[in-house]
Ligand binder design. Structure first.
Ligand code: KG4
Ligand code: ZN
Length: 349
C-alpha cells in the first residue's frame, strides 16, 4: 500500500510517499518540502492569503518531485491523505482540494488527517519507534498539549495551555528581541551565547497541581525587561534574555511532562511539534525522564516541523489499525480549521 500525504495547514507545503505493509512499520519512500518562511519574514508572521497562493504554486511540483525520487508513478498510489485541520482555512483548502481531485482522477480514496495526530505519530518514522501507551507532549506554534496516547486514534487530553502556545512564546519573545521570524530557532541560536540565569523570568503554573500551561505572561515579562534596558540592550543582554526566556519555557514544559508521567504511571514520552526541535528541551527532558526510569522518543529532527511525511504516516497507521473510517471516494471534502484532537478518540465518537 502506497500513501501520498499532503500537508498545507500553515506556512509549509509538504508532500511525501509512505509505504505501508499490512502489518509492521510504515516506511518513508520520499518527501519534499517548501517552506514559506522567507516569503512571510517581511511581515513578521504568516499572511494567510499569501500562504494559500503559495501552496497552490508548490504542491504539484513537489508531488512530481516525490514520485520521481521514489521511482513511482501516479498509478501506484493507493490512497491520498491530506491535512484536514486544524490550521488556516484557505491553506487547508488547497491541500484538501488537490488531494481529493487527485484521488478522484486516480479512482482511489482520499483521507483527511488531523495535523496534530500527524505530529504525535511522527516518531514512528524514527529508527527506534515508541510503543503504546505513552504520554505525548505536543509543542507547536499553535498548540501546547499533554496527551495520554493509548493507541492510534485514542487520545485523551491531560492538560493544555490556557493562553499562548510554547512556540508562540518563543516567537513573540524573539520578536521583542528583534530576532525576526520564525523566532523559535533564532531565539534558540542566540540563547547559546547567553546566561539562562541572568534574568529570573516567571515560570507560570510551574507548581500548579494540574497539567496546564500558561505562557502569555512570559512575553510581558520579556517586554518589561527590553523596555527597562532601552538603549542598553546590547548583544550580550539580548543573548542573556534569550537564554533566560528559553530556560523559563523549557523548565515549565519539562516539569509538567514529568508530572504527567507520575500521574499516569507511564514510562514513555513522545515529543512532537516544532518546539520539539529545541535542543535544551531535549537535554533537560531526557535527563528528567531518565531520573524516573522513563524514555523520551522524538521524531527525526527534519520531521519535527510541519511536513507531508507525518500526514502520510498517520493515514497509513490509521489504515493498518482499521481506523480509516473517514476515507472517501465521492470527491467530497471539508476542512476543520479548529478541530480538537480528543474528538478523534473512540470515547468522543
Ligand atoms: O509544528 P510547527 O512546525 O508548526 C505548527 O504546527 O505550529 O511548529 C512551529 C513552531 C514555531 O513557533 C517555531 O518557532 C517553533 O516551532 N520552533 C522552535 C524551534 N524550531 C521550531 N522553537 C524552539 N526551538 C527550536 N529549535
Ligand atoms: Zn505543526
Amino acid at each position: 500500500m502506497k500513501v501520498l500525504g499532503i500537508e498545507s495547514s500553515c506556512d509549509e507545503t509538504g508532500v511525501a510517499l509512505v509505504q505501508a505493509p499490512a502489518a509492521g512499520a510504515p516506511r518513508l519512500l520520499a518527501q519534499a518540502l517548501h517552506s514559506q518562511v522567507a516569503m512571510h519574514a517581511d511581515y513578521g508572521g504568516v499572511v494567510p492569503e499569501l500562504a494559500s497562493r503559495d501552496h497552490i504554486r508548490r504542491v504539484l511540483p513537489l508531488a512530481r518531485e516525490v514520485l520521481a525520487d521514489a521511482g513511482c508513478t501516479l498509478a501506484e498510489i493507493d490512497l491520498v491523505a491530506y491535512t484536514r485541520g486544524p490550521g488556516l482555512a484557505g491553506a487547508l483548502l488547497v491541500g484538501a482540494g488537490v488531494a481529493v481531485a487527485l484521488a478522484a482522477a486516480l479512482g482511489r480514496p482520499a483521507l483527511g488527517v488531523h495535523h496534530l495526530e500527524g505530529h504525535l505519530l511522527s516518531p514512528f518514522l524514527a529508527p527506534e519507534p515508541p510503543r503504546f501507551p505513552f504520554v505525548a507532549l505536543l509543542v507547536s506554534g499553535g498548540h501546547t498539549q499533554l496527551m495520554r496516547v493509548q493507541g492510534v486514534g485514542d487520545y485523551a487530553l491531560l492538560g493544555e495551555t490556557i493562553d499562548d502556545a510554547a512556540g508562540e512564546a518563543f516567537d513573540k519573545s524573539a520578536k521583542l528581541l528583534g530576532l525576526g521570524y520564525p523566532g523559535g530557532p533564532a531565539l534558540a541560536r542566540m540563547a547559546e551565547f547567553g546566561d539562562p540565569r541572568a534574568w529570573p523570568l516567571p515560570r507560570p503554573l510551574l507548581h500548579s497541581k494540574d497539567l496546564d500551561f500558561s505562557f502569555a505572561g512570559l512575553k510581558t515579562a520579556v517586554l518589561t525587561q527590553v523596555r527597562k534596558l532601552g538603549p542598553n540592550l546590547c548583544e550580550q543582554s539580548r543573548a542573556d534574555l534569550a537564554a533566560s526566556t528559553q530556560a523559563a519555557i523549557v523548565d515549565v514544559l519539562v516539569a509538567k511532562t514529568l508530572r504527567a508521567l507520575s500521574a499516569t504511571g507511564l514510562r514513555r514520552v513522545v515529543v512532537a511539534g516544532g518546539v520539539g526541535a529545541n535542543l535544551r528541551l531535549r537535554e533537560q527532558l531526557d535527563a528528567g525522564a531518565a531520573g524516573l526510569g522513563a524514555r523520551v522518543h522524538y521524531p527525526p529532527l527534519a520531521l519535527c516541523t510541519d511536513n507531508g511525511a507525518m500526514i502520510a504516516l498517520a493515514a497509513a497507521l490509521r489504515l493498518q489499525g482499521g481506523l480509516a473510517g473517514e476515507m472517501r471516494r465521492d470527491g467530497a471534502f471539508d476542512v476543520r480549521p479548529r478541530w480538537p484532537l480528543a474528538e478523534l478518540s473512540p470515547a468522543a465518537a
